[in-house]
Ligand binder design. Structure first.
Ligand code: COA
Length: 149
């Protein structure tokens, strides 16, 4: 039996499961729309959520947030698949610059073209986002990648 989780657009009914994943990963919930627009979930064959990722899209700029894989599913390539799909989603939504904030995974993102950037260079709409204003500590690392359309 294939136990590889499938990655699909999130639906509002996934919200509680996403909150559970983010809580287990110690990631913030603030500012995450319960409708989960521009979000993806990895669902195992039993329908259980194994991972998630979300984008906040501000025209040509997007914030990649809420990337989490359930503790028992880590180390199997799922985080990499979710991040890759999120970048395709960002490009499809018209974003050209994707940013993220991380406290624990700065070493994970360079493989997708992300590089550390000074927080003062973050575009204005991101600075007004919940992640920037309250959810992520000032010590979180800002990373930026250009995406291809
Ligand atoms: C970060 C996270 C999403 C990675 O998911 P995962 O499914 O375990 O990752 P993968 O199995 O796809 O790992 C791919 C590679 O990234 C590396 N990696 C995984 N987590 C990493 C981290 N936190 N820092 C640096 N490298 C990491 C793996 O060692 C692996 O390397 P390899 O290809 O050389 O073997 C997962 O550990 C997680 O949910 N962490 C808590 C939440 C978090 O920090 N989210 C990111 C901030 S938005």
């Amino acid at each position: 039996m294939d136990t590889t989780p499938s990655i699909q657009p999130a639906v509002p009914a996934d919200y509680d499961g996403v909150v559970e994943l983010l809580t287990a990963a110690r990631l913030p919930i603030q500012g995450l729309s319960s409708r989960l627009p521009h979000a993806l979930v990895a669902r195992d064959s039993g329908g259980r959520l194994a991972g998630c990722v979300a984008l906040e899209v501000y025209g040509p700029v997007a914030l990649l947030r809420s990337l989490a894989v359930s503790p028992e599913r880590r180390g199997q390539g799922l985080g990499e698949r979710l991040a890759g799909e999120a970048l395709k989603l960002a490009a499809g939504a018209g974003a050209r610059d994707v940013y993220l904030l991380t406290e624990t995974a700065a070493g994970f993102f360079p493989r997708f073209g992300f590089a550390t950037e000074d927080r003062s260079l973050a575009p204005e709409p991101l600075r007004a986002s919940a992640e920037f204003l309250s959810a992520c500590p000032a010590t979180a690392t800002l990373m930026h990648a250009r995406v291809r359309g």
